[in-house]
Design a protein around this ligand. Sequence first.
Ligand SMILES: [Zn+2]
Length: 133
Amino acid sequence: MLEKHSAGDNITSYCTKCKLGLDHVIVAVEGEEIVKVKCKTCGSTHKFRDPANVKKPRAAKKKEDAAKVAETLWESCLAAAKGRERMYDMGGKYRVGDVVLHNTFGKGIVRKLYLNKCDVLFKDKERLMASSN
Ligand SMILES: [Zn+2]
């Protein structure tokens, strides 16, 4: 037996704005089907989406997104970097904001300094590189 829903009832739906399964109020019903719900949290009205049916993003997609995020961060850091630009050398001394050129990894931005190491953000990801700080 299907539960009978009508406008004004409370229901848990996936909110497309909050990106969560939350309490919603049914706005419109067509026959047995809930067509519109209103989110009690953000107040937006949208299609009813059963939270159980909302697919979680696949791991592969997440990985892709992470690479994209790294690239975007790399681009903005490179644009903002005001330090010197030079070839990477593990005996070199660096400062945050320096731009280094690596034979294999390409251009990177020094993001953090440690004792004899530094975090360098390359286009694909951040790497811990040897230095002589
Ligand atoms: Zn919401």
